[in-house]
Design a protein around this ligand. Structure first.
Ligand code: UDP
Length: 313
């Protein structure tokens, strides 16, 4: 297949490039390096099946030749990043989605949209199945991400209904692993870097809020299946690890794994920070035969090893 991946230099996007190249496909990557970095794809330069363009997907996109599959994964994903770039975030998941969907229509390509557990907002249903409509504050600080992702889901389905485009949507829950940015602001890189540098771990609120953390390898396997399986037109899948943790327990676990002497400090909780999040993955299990295999300890150990090397370099 000839595959276009937006956000190719990002955390998830770069792992997707690796996976599609490994399976023998041709990959065209786009990224404007707003939150991604060339380091994430440096190892791919020179691969004759990989082409990269530094490009902002909020502009009109044209790619010569055929395309079989488009994966729209561009978008700042850390709350710190999207609150620093609120308007650009909304453009990436409105104009960027429109342009990539238009391109998919033009090329008769299959389309996979990277959505998020954030579309569930502060969920009143727990765990969250795909059928839950969510509880989102449309004007709060997180709305630039949540509502743009919700708009993109609606637009993706509109292309499916109006143009019969073969679209699929993945709702990604908290994912972590190598290639996350050190100062990304998300909880896993924050805690790991703080622990490795002997600084206090910054728990927001009392740390009783929960998240469910999926290791990148497991997530990529799920996305790959959603992208290549037949007969999934218009389907939406939660992809995440249903093992749920309190943020305070995550902090303690990271202190233990790193062997750090860091203390834990409590800071103000950001506005609209969801209280809990846990994917219901019955649908992915049944239809894709997918479920995460890597537990939090193993995943964190691999991630800590990567950050240690990064900090030493
Ligand atoms: N969090 C924290 N300390 C940090 C960063 C995040 O306690 O240094 C908390 C944050 O308030 C949230 C959870 O960790 O409850 C996950 O935050 P993250 O930014 O990783 O992603 P989110 O799931 O909120 O999009």
């Amino acid at each position: 297949m000839r595959v276009l991946i937006t956000g190719a230099a990002g955390f998830i996007g770069s792992h997707l490039c690796d996976r599609f190249l490994k399976e023998g496909h041709e990959v065209i990557g786009l990224d404007n390096f707003l939150t991604g970095t060339p380091e994430n794809i440096a190892h791919l330069f020179g691969n004759p099946r990989f082409t990269f363009y530094k490009y902002d997907v909020t502009n009109f996109i044209y790619v010569a030749g055929k395309l079989d599959l488009i994966l729209h994964f561009a978008c700042p994903a850390s709350p710190v990043d999207y609150m620093n770039h609120p308007i650009h975030t909304m453009k990436v998941d409105s104009l960027g989605t429109l342009h990539t969907l238009g391109l998919a229509k033009e090329k008769s390509a299959r389309y996979v949209f990277a959505s998020t557990s954030e579309i569930y907002g502060n969920p009143e249903v727990h765990p969250q199945p795909e059928t839950y409509w969510g509880n989102v504050n449309p004007i709060g600080p997180r709305s630039v991400y949540d509502e743009a992702k919700r708009f993109s889901e609606a637009l993706t389905m509109a292309y499916c209904r109006e143009h019969d485009l073969d679209v699929r949507i993945v709702r990604i829950f908290n994912t972590y692993g190598p290639r996350m940015r050190m100062n990304d602001g998300r909880v896993v890189p924050n805690f790991i870097c703080q622990a490795l540098e002997g600084k206090p771990l910054t728990v927001y609120g009392d740390g009783t809020q929960t998240r469910s953390f999926c290791f990148i390898e497991d997530l990529v396997e799920g996305i790959y299946r959603v992208a290549v399986y037949e007969n999934l037109k218009g389907e939406v899948f939660n992809l995440g690890n249903p093992q749920e943790y309190k943020i305070l327990d995550l902090a303690k676990l990271i202190v233990e794994i790193t062997g750090s002497s860091s203390e834990i400090t409590f800071m103000e909780r950001p506005q609209d920070d969801p209280d809990r999040r846990k994917p219901d993955i019955k649908k992915a299990k049944k239809i894709l035969g997918w479920e995460p295999k890597i537990g939090i300890r193993e995943g964190l150990e691999k991630t800590v090893k990567w950050f240690r090397e990064k900090l030493a370099s």
